[in-house]
Design a protein around this ligand. Structure first.
Ligand code: FPP
Length: 249
């Protein structure tokens, strides 16, 4: 016990034990709005502010990969007005963040069926990807029109084509080879997956990649998620013993 009981310990992160890749299921924008009798879209707008803060914090912490579940394949079933608002927010976010991404060495990447997005959003995504292509400090990986099963299926189809053409021997189809056919082929698997708003579900996110990922579910709704809570989750992560299926000794 600290001799001065009012003194609060400053949270400290061990730079040598930071996750290399953090993935986040950003949930609860709708509930945040409903609690305030606001339109759901206001919740997404506030959620976009949290995205900005979390990207900035990730860069400050020195974590090199951040994947955000921004739009799932299932989200196409939402009302057209909500989909349009999410697309507008995404475009606005990309345009407003580009200068800071360039300043801070952040490269934009996307995973998912990006070809399903409206042309103007695709154009903005391509422009920011091209502008940030040579940044090397951090990757901001946006999952857009993303589904984990669809991703695995796409990888399996790619492999099947190669086997069919004779370019690949079925015996050479290993876990590593499958991983090399996923959207995430150029990044490490997530070390930490955070989900906001308390739901104990994976919701078709990075199904292959999270086999040994540490999970953290917080009841906080995404618009209320803060840098301080992010820091506390990272501290918790650093206390966990990761065994990857082995014993602890
Ligand atoms: C879940 O809240 C969130 C989403 C479906 C999309 C996430 C989008 C943002 C954070 C804003 C824009 C994104 C970027 C990258 C700028 P929900 O609507 O499912 O919440 P609910 O479960 O409470 O209804």
């Amino acid at each position: 016990m600290n001799s001065d009981s009012t003194a609060r310990e400053t949270p400290k992160l061990d730079a040598s034990r930071l996750p290399r890749h953090v993935a986040i299921i950003m949930d609860g924008n709708g509930r945040w709005a409903r609690k305030r009798m606001l339109n759901r879209i206001r919740g997404h707008e506030k959620g976009a502010d949290t995205v900005r803060a979390v990207v900035r914090a990730t860069r400050e912490f020195g974590i090199p990969y951040l994947t955000l579940y921004a739009f799932s394949t299932e989200n196409w079933q939402r009302p057209d007005t909500e989909i349009a608002a999410l697309m507008t927010l995404l475009k606005r976010f990309l345009k407003s963040e580009q200068p800071e991404m360039l300043e801070n060495g952040i490269r934009l990447n996307t995973i998912g069926q990006v070809e399903r997005l409206p042309a103007d959003v695709r154009e903005t995504l391509e422009a920011v990807k091209a502008a940030t292509a040579h940044q090397t400090e951090m990757v901001l990986n946006l999952a857009l029109s993303y589904g984990g099963r669809a991703e695995i299926l796409w990888a399996v189809r790619g492999i099947a084509e190669k086997v069919k053409s004779g370019a690949l021997d079925p015996d050479a189809v290993t876990e590593d080879l499958l991983a090399q056919h996923l959207y995430t082929r150029e990044m490490p698997d997530p070390d930490l997956l955070i989900r906001t708003s308390g739901e104990m579900r994976i919701s078709n996110f990075l199904l292959w990649q999270i086999a040994y990922t540490e999970l953290f579910v917080t009841p906080t709704l995404w618009p209320d998620f803060s840098k301080a809570e992010y820091m506390a989750i990272l501290e918790d992560f650093q206390k966990r013993e990761r065994r990857f299926g082995k014993t602890g000794s």
